[in-house]
Each structure stands twice: as structure tokens, then as C-alpha cells.
Design a protein around this ligand. Structure first.
Ligand SMILES: [Zn+2]
Ligand SMILES: [Zn+2]
Length: 127
């Protein structure tokens, strides 16, 4: 007799809840909400699910926040709920993009020097 079972993380996209001006990269982005949990299933029937964790990802720069569980459950039940900044905990800061002042190419924020022309990107601005 065969046993079909699987155990692994599941991820479900709950959709986009809000458009905001992003603090991290300074562009307009959207909050995209995900729920993740581990699921153990037997014969394709889920028999166990771990605690759910709600995540918000910014569509602009892929910054990831953890969303307060209460707010997350409401979104999952399709209740209209405003996601407030105090419900979010920063998990992973996304890559912001800056323009190199010397050669105008787009450079990811975490670079210290421009990969195109070698310009030092984080020196203080002088008028
Ligand atoms: Zn952003
Ligand atoms: Zn450059």
C-alpha cells in the first residue's frame, strides 16, 4: 500500500491591499499580502497546518514586512482592512535604486561605488 504524503511550506497570495509612496525606495509601490504556513497532507488532504504567518511585500523594491496576525486574518477573510504602518515589522529591506550622479545609470542602493564608472555614491552632497 502506498502512502502519499507531503510536508512543506505553502504560500498564498491574498492580493494587493494598498498603494503607497514607499519609504524604502521613494517610488510608488503596492502592498502585496501573502500568507505562509507549513502543511502536512496525506493523500492530498491537508491534515495539519502550522501557524500562519502574514507577509507584505512591496511591489516596487521587494521589501518584505511581517504583518500583524490580526490584520492578516481579516484580509484573508476578505474584510476590508487598512494596513497601518504600525502593523508592519520590517523583515528584509529591498533593493532601492539610485541614479549615479556621474554617469546617470541605475545603481542598486547597497553599492558603495557605481559599477559602471566607479563613482563614489554615498559621499555627502555638496552644492
Ligand atoms: Zn519600494
Ligand atoms: Zn556611474
Amino acid at each position: 500500500m502506498f502512502f502519499f504524503f507531503s510536508y512543506g511550506p505553502k504560500q498564498k497570495n491574498l492580493g494587493i491591499v494598498k498603494s503607497i509612496l514607499c519609504d524604502v525606495c521613494g517610488q510608488f509601490g503596492k502592498y502585496e499580502v501573502f500568507v505562509i504556513y507549513n502543511e502536512f497532507s496525506l493523500f492530498f488532504i491537508p491534515v495539519y497546518r502550522s501557524a500562519r504567518k502574514y507577509l507584505v511585500r512591496m511591489t516596487c523594491c521587494q521589501t518584505v514586512f511581517e504583518l500583524d496576525g490580526e490584520a492578516g486574518r481579516k484580509i484573508e477573510r476578505d474584510e476590508r482592512v487598512a494596513v497601518r504602518e504600525e502593523d508592519l515589522t520590517l523583515v528584509k529591506r529591498g533593493k532601492g535604486v539610485t541614479k549615479c550622479p556621474s554617469c546617470q545609470s541605475d545603481v542598486e542602493d547597497h553599492f558603495l561605488f557605481c559599477p559602471t564608472c566607479g563613482h563614489h555614491l554615498h559621499e555627502e552632497h555638496r552644492e
